[in-house]
Design a protein around this ligand. Structure first.
Ligand code: ATP
Length: 606
């Protein structure tokens, strides 16, 4: 049980905001069950009807993009007529809570004095985009150019999305054409919608599938996997907005929350299942979920999902259960980073896929001012204090801007939080030793501004879309440059600007070189002392662990490297002998061979 001052302040303010005098812990409701109408009945198990979501009237027949995939009923082709679908919610459409209901409340939170320049996707206009693969569908410029269906278009309007972001402009037509996709695009650039829109629209337009019947087993049509519970909750919330009143039902399942509740929710019908791998395996083993009907598989933060920690679970889910094989299902992998080794492994899951790279690695970093300061371990706390004081002094009415502080260990997070609170800075932590309730409470308290400093381990590094984060501090730098990219990407999202400060010392020497290169690519000012560190490292041949996932771009299709190897010219690309590849010149020089004369791949510049 948390007892810190910050917690009590945050909990009090959140109770007050809810007009609720009961303590949150005793009234805990999992996030996916919130926002239901207050008079909704307790969730009694609904009559089990596994085929229900497929049974309603769906789109009329016609040749669809899935037509070529065995096992799929035909859907309407793109541009076909749209009818009202009454599948997922046909027995209780009136009970579908409005997922936009809380948006106005959120807008009322007073973030005066914090950076909020509004959505400015023009900032991404001149971002280079590269695609490779066979017959790449052309990008679109507007949502109107894509026939997503009126209900989904209405939700796009409700989300206030005026035009698609670069990754959406390219990825949506690719996915709507039924192609497998590996997409690498900057943090905060709208990847969630890029995979959700085609899935929702595809389910809406397809003929009802003949689903299996099981006693209590459900048969989702789409599976979205993400590495953390909070990210799954966030994707679920987004997907519910996108699918509001479309008849497509989205359910979330993640660890740390009561499984019985999640099973009851699943029994009410599921078209799209958003899940963390561990909880999904549990549900599969209990035969509560079957993957037999999966048409769409999306892995968010795909490089993380396929790294050593998660790979066995993902292989089990995708290859060893009852999911249709690649080529039959459609598979979409998304991340801001895609190391080459992971791409190679990921290709096991894909069929004749298109690789899409939008911008540089972490290239939202043009919007994020990156600073690196040399700070000895023993000076870190006082240095942080200086930053926070300065920030408070600069904020309107002395308010603390939302600041996310990354540390390496869970223990480190707790001690830093305690110390900050003792020194008058309201802080709260999120890490793997906290209960799920504590984790969700911490996020809510931070998002609302009640506790403006969140001390986090890498559990909060990926995917979380927290508006108004003004400053990310890498109190402890990560060992891997890709982790740095994701961490700083918690600010400077959706076209806004942000600030990222890193405390660097001897113990981070292995990161010097990739950090310098990343900063140079993002037109950041690199301190001379850091360049010297990087040069010293290079002369030792160090930095092998931190192979960047691409040079100028968010990623580089590893198939092209393979092609160059075959031509006998691959050495340069790999920085031979395991040394960090890139260093600017060698890599960039090699990229001329990358674009030209490759008979296997088309390459489109945007
Ligand atoms: N077309 C759009 N117009 C306006 N806002 C958008 C658009 N698409 C997405 N957004 C908003 O941009 C923000 C970032 O989107 P999202 O979380 O999907 O980014 P991401 O690319 O998945 O980031 P990360 O790599 O950190 O996971 C969200 O608040 C989302 O609502």
């Amino acid at each position: 049980m948390r007892t810190s001052w910050a917690d009590s302040v945050a909990s009090e303010s959140s109770f007050a905001a809810n007009g609720d005098s009961r303590p949150a812990r005793s009234s805990y409701v999992p996030p996916h069950l919130r926002n239901r109408p207050s008079n909704s009945q307790p969730l009694a198990p609904a009559p089990v009807e596994p085929a229900r979501t497929a049974a309603g009237a769906r789109w009329g027949g016609g040749a669809g993009r899935d037509a070529g995939r065995p096992g799929f009923d035909g859907g309407r082709g793109i541009g076909g007529g749209w009818n009202s679908r009454t599948g997922g919610w046909d027995r209780g459409r009136e009970r579908e809570a409005n997922p936009f209901a809380n948006d106005d409340d959120a807008a009322e939170v007073d973030f005066d004095g914090q950076e909020n320049s509004g959505i400015n996707f023009d900032a991404y206009e001149d971002i280079p985009v590269e695609t490779s693969g066979d017959n790449v569908p052309a990008p679109v410029n507007t949502f109107a150019q894509i026939d997503l269906g009126e209900a989904l278009n209405e939700n796009i309007r409700r989300c206030k999305y005026v035009k698609p972001t670069p990754v959406q402009r390219h990825a949506i037509p690719i996915s709507l054409a039924g192609r497998d996709l590996m997409a690498c695009a900057q943090t905060g650039s709208g990847k969630t919608a890029a995979f959700c829109f085609p899935i929702i629209s595809g389910i809406m337009r397809a003929q009802p599938a003949h689903r299996q019947r099981g006693i209590r087993t459900v048969y989702p049509l789409a599976l979205i996997l993400s590495p953390t519970r909070e990210l799954s909750v966030q994707i679920h919330e987004e997907a519910r907005k996108f699918s509001y009143q479309t008849g497509v039902r989205v359910v979330v399942a993640y660890g740390g929350a009561p499984i019985n509740q999640q099973m009851r929710d699943l029994e009410r019908g599921v078209d799209i299942l958003v899940a963390t791998p561990g909880r999904l395996v549990d549900l599969l083993e209990r035969a509560r979920v079957s993957l037999q009907m999966i048409r769409y598989l999306a892995l968010d933060e795909a490089d993380r999902m396929l790294d050593m920690g998660f790979e066995p679970q993902i292989r089990r889910i995708v290859e060893q259960m009852d999911m249709p094989p690649r080529g039959v299902r459609q598979t979409m992998l998304f991340s801001a980073t895609f190391p080459r080794e992971i791409q190679r492994m990921a290709s096991d899951f894909l069929h004749n896929y298109i690789f899409l790279a939008v911008g540089r690695v972490g290239s939202s970093t043009d919007l994020i001012v990156q600073r690196v300061e040399f700070v000895l371990e023993s000076d870190k706390r006082s240095h942080l204090m200086d930053l926070l004081h300065a920030q408070r002094a600069n904020g309107v009415s002395g308010k603390q801007a939302l600041t996310l502080v990354f540390v390496e260990t869970k223990r480190g997070a707790d001690t830093l939080e305690h110390w900050l609170c003792l020194n008058g800075f309201p802080a709260i932590t999120i890490h793997g030793d906290r209960t799920q309730q504590e984790r969700e409470h911490a996020l809510r308290s931070f998002k609302s501004g009640a506790t403006p400093i969140l001390v986090a381990t890498d559990v909060a590094a990926r995917g979380l879309d927290i508006p108004h984060v003004a400053h990310v501090v890498n109190f402890d730098l990560p060992n891997d440059i890709d982790d740095y990219v994701h961490r700083i990407g918690r600010t400077g999202r959706a076209g806004k600007t942000g600030l990222a400060t890193a405390f660097f010392n001897e113990s981070n020497a292995s990161l010097a070189r990739p950090l310098v290169e990343l900063m140079q690519e993002a037109n950041q000012e690199v301190p001379a002392w850091l360049t010297r560190y990087a040069a010293a490292r290079a002369s030792y041949g160090g930095g092998g662990r931190n192979r960047r996932s691409g040079g100028r771009f968010g990623g580089r299709d590893f198939r092209k490297d393979k092609f160059c190897e075959w031509l006998g010219g691959g050495g340069e690309h790999h920085g031979g002998g395991g040394a960090y590849r890139g260093g600017g010149g060698a890599y960039r020089g090699a990229s001329s061979g990358y674009d030209g004369g490759n008979p296997c791949f088309t390459s489109a510049w945007d």
